[in-house]
Design a protein. Sequence first.
Length: 461
Amino acid sequence: MTTTYTQDPQNTDSRHHVVVVGGGFAGLNCVKSLANDPKIKVTLVDRRNHHLFQPLLYQVATGMLSPSDVASPFRYVLRKQQNTEVLMAEVKGFDVDAQTLELTDGQLTYDSLVIATGSLHHYFGRNEWAAFAPGLKSVDDALGIREKILKAFEMAERTDDPALRQAYLTFVVVGGGPTGVELAGSVAELVQRTLKGQFRRANLNDFKIMLVEGLDRVLPVFSEPLSASAQEALESLNIEVLTKTMVTELSDTHAVLKDRDGNLRHVDTYTVLWGAGVGASPLGKLIAEKTGAESDRMGRVIVTPEFSTEKYDNVYVVGDLAHQVHGTTAGNPIPGVAPAATQAGLHVAKVLKAKVHGYEVPEFLYEDKGSMAIIGNNKAVASVKGLEFDGFMAWFLWLVVHVMFLVEHDNRVVVTFNWWVNYLTGKRSTRIIAKDLLPFFKAPVDAVEESIEKSTVESHG
């Protein structure tokens, strides 16, 4: 039975109704900034019931943190915000002339609309690769990757075929940006510090991890010295860094890599993880079509200095979905990072309050908060306000900043505790395989079953 959401047919509420679609950094900060304004009513619409702290999602994928450590229920976060309601719903369309939001199970009218649905994985026109190389954007993604990683070691333990075992112990991470670097480093430390000594047949010294980057260096948004430092830190963890290298083919059993000279390398692997490139949410294309706005090649909507669309000044697009160059340096779009999305969300809230209360709309000025990436214990790089750090100082700064920006106080305490336990002991407690993921690997079943059968016979004499 489907429940249809409907509003008050009498439309007796005279407050300005702001509907925010998406509760990421941009959307949630916009909503929180409109708290308890007597002239504004806010509705947050999201197909999930929680805000996700994506910068730490890779730690869920590698067993260091649990989903509840990095996710906060909207209803709890906004419990004291009396002018705000939360709808767990999915948006399927817009009628910008009628000022109506079409949900899968109903309809919602608005006075001002804020679209903040973020970005998705981008496979550069090879969307079929998503089945073999999962990306990392949601809790579901993180749990799937975690079980994929852990299952690989369990399967390596259960085969006597050396080639098959090596394929299970070979990981490929695609993308040398922050996501790929942090994921590769965390997986390497999982093997070297946590899983070491826990397997009897699979020799984890044979574990191999490759980080593939198409450009000439990892972390290209950082300076060359910091990129070099990051690569050195990765290699100290026995990660093979392959720059100027592209993926040309992926399947459930192998990857084919191509270097700048055109040389091909066939890699047998059952674990490929995707950290290369993002694309705009499909709602970006839809809202661009409905409002007549232009989009860039990534699907982001080109917006005005107030983050509104050109023809509809009551429709705003913020965060990773917006192409905004106003108030930035050298005419470059605001980067798709959490601090930038937060600033955009806060600014749109100021614009909305200014319009409702009749005062001047403030000018947006983007402030670059810097960039950070962590590779492992005592290994990180950071660039903040023109100052560059690496090693322990950058690592400690990364920890402090990320704890500060977690939404809930309880999460800050739990995350800090888990980090220090891992730092001192290497222990990662969230290493549970909750479901059968054998189809996720599609290993040569006959070879695996033959190996298991042989092992069973031998163990029983």
